[in-house]
Design a protein around this ligand. Structure first.
Ligand code: ADP
Length: 540
């Protein structure tokens, strides 16, 4: 009995030992598998791009289950759809199309906590031994990011808790990496944009730390101070700038850090090409997001240029004011001269022939002077913005016809034809000013054409605006002169124009008026053949 019990005990011990050894073996095996898996998952973290992370994921999954096709889908919240960021496996085009999952299932899988397996129903796929689809959610720290779909003969997956556990670890690791990569890309984009902004500043930008070492600079700073960015980053100002500039900036930096929010300073500076400029330096403190002062930002610009432009602007303004005042002052005595000479003209019969001729010359020149003064006043009003438009709905055809009548009565004048169909759209404009434009353009066309010539006014239009064209067959102009004829006082210098009177103001006035209406002017011309002046007025 005792022997029997001993034998039973020995057998029991033996089998317990066998079970323990087997269990230990399984445990070791599982541990080993986990270690291998974690080592492989660790490789995911070295991925620098989304594609590289997906490739590593595909590689790890191929060690966990044999698959035929794999797709990584990430949710694109901007476009409200899943983007396939990687597909790998069966290269057969026809088969690849069959690896499909409808959106409802994807939505469900993306939001679920762990991987799931669904049977495949497509007979063609089953025929190819693809019996199931594994859906692995990709979860970020806060939200679901997408789903990894794996097709193969994966029926055993659900009954393999170790595999499901491994997939869970893998899904979390992959989600974290996807999130990190997209964050890095976003930071990179922001950093690039900041670089672009600094580069777009039209002045030299130099950022320095609180101990006056260069943190950042733009290309304009490289040109202005003749250094290369790569060699100056981290270097003290004193080592990279001329002593005078470095000393000025160091002093400005102390002042900025110790309190003054913005300081401007000017100093004479010799450029790398030996040119001399007055350099303006504006300073402001660099704060971090907690408000701590981290350094100083210098913006350096060439003041010489902006000062000259400013001076020219002031001179131009003064000139316009002067012309305006003088013209105005001339008007009063001229009115008296014209009034007096008109009275004398009424009693012309009392004068000798020679006195009568002198009176005619006085009257003619008084009228010319009046026209010149009126042009000068108009131009100075237009240039100084003193002239405003009284806009009404206008028919350009009727305005042109009215102007043509003025020329119709002139002896030896040209024949002015207006081709104005009734359908010309009505524009919003100042009829008096537009009349002046036609007067100047038709007047020129007549003036620069031989006696008895022809001038045509025609119109074109679309839904954006109306174009009026004044065409003559007169003396024309050489192409190289055309860009300048719209400038005030400019007259084409040629033997043919020297005996034609003019002030060189008519086209400048016309251009200003048209531009005030939001339109444009242009001209084509050929010497000896004639010219076409076109202006357009938008339909608002
Ligand atoms: P002006 O009083 O001298 O005519 P504008 O400003 O009207 O002044 O014109 C400037 C110059 O453009 C003119 O002096 C003339 O040389 C040239 N020009 C203008 N219109 C014509 C034209 N239709 N044909 C030839 N030359 C023209």
């Amino acid at each position: 009995m005792k022997e029997e019990r001993t034998a039973i005990c020995a057998r029991t011990h033996e089998s317990t030992e066998r079970i323990t050894v087997r269990a230990r073996g399984e445990l070791y095996e599982s541990l080993e598998q986990h270690i291998v898996l974690y080592k492989r998952i660790a490789t995911l973290y070295s991925a620098e791009s989304l594609l590289e992370a997906c490739e590593k994921l595909a590689d790890i999954l191929s060690g966990l289950c044999k698959y035929r096709f794999l797709k990584v889908l990430l949710w694109n919240s901007k476009l409200n759809r899943y983007d396939a960021v990687m597909k790998t496996g069966d290269r057969d085009e026809g088969a690849a199309k069959r690896f499909y999952c409808d959106q409802a299932l994807l939505d469900w899988a993306m939001e679920s906590d762990s991987a799931s397996v669904v049977p495949v129903e497509d007979a063609e796929l089953i025929h190819r031994d693809v019996r199931s689809m594994l859906l692995i959610p990709v979860r970020g720290r806060q939200k679901a990011l997408g789903c990894v779909l794996v097709w193969g003969d994966l029926d055993a997956t659900e009954s393999n808790p170790l595999l499901l556990q491994s997939l869970d670890v893998l899904s979390k690791a992959f989600g974290g990496i996807v999130e990190n990569i997209s964050l890095t890309q976003r930071y990179q984009r922001t950093a690039n944009m900041l670089d672009d902004i600094i580069e777009s500043v039209p002045h030299a930008v130099l950022a320095v730390s609180a101990d006056d070492c260069v943190i950042a600079c733009n290309r304009n700073a490289e040109f202005l101070f003749d250094f290369k960015r790569a060699f100056v980053l981290g270097e003290p100002l004193g080592d990279i700038l001329p002593p005078k500039v470095a000393a000025a900036m160091e002093a400005l930096s102390i002042a900025a850090i110790s309190g003054s929010e913005e300081i401007d300073h000017e100093l004479d500076y010799t450029l790398p090409n030996e040119g001399k400029i007055t350099m303006g330096i504006s300073t402001s403190r660099l704060h971090d997001k907690d408000g701590r002062v981290r350094g100083v930002l210098f913006i350096c610009r060439d003041m010489t240029l902006s000062r000259e432009v400013q001076k020219l602007r002031e001179l131009d303004q003064m000139k316009s004011e002067f012309v305006h005042t003088v013209s105005h002052e001339l008007k009063t005595p001229l009115t008296a001269i014209m009034g007096g000479s008109e009275i004398l003209c009424e009693d012309k019969y009392q004068f000798t022939e020679q006195q009568g001729q002198i009176l005619d010359i006085v009257v003619e020149n008084a009228y010319r002077l009046k026209e010149l003064i009126n042009d000068l006043l108009d131009l100075s009003r237009l240039e100084t913005g003193r002239l405003s438009l009284d806009c009404l709905p206008c028919d350009l055809g009727s305005i042109a016809s009215e102007v043509a009548c003025i020329f119709a009565g002139n002896k030896n004048s040209c024949d002015v034809t207006i081709n104005a169909p009734e359908q010309i759209p009505v524009i919003n404009g100042d009829p008096d000013k537009l009349k002046q434009v036609f007067q100047n353009l038709i007047g020129n066309a007549v003036k620069y054409s031989p006696d008895g010539g022809t001038v045509d006014v025609s119109f074109e239009w679309d839904d954006k605006g109306v174009a009026a064209k004044v065409t003559d067959h007169g003396i024309g102009m050489p192409g190289e002169q055309l860009p300048f004829i719209w400038d005030k006082f400019y007259r084409v210098d040629s033997s043919t124009t020297s005996n034609i009177e003019g002030t060189g103001l008519g086209l400048a006035i016309a251009r200003h008026i048209i531009e005030l209406h939001g339109g444009t002017v242009s001209v084509t011309s050929e010497p000896g053949c004639g010219s076409t002046f076109t202006f357009t007025i938008p339909i608002k």
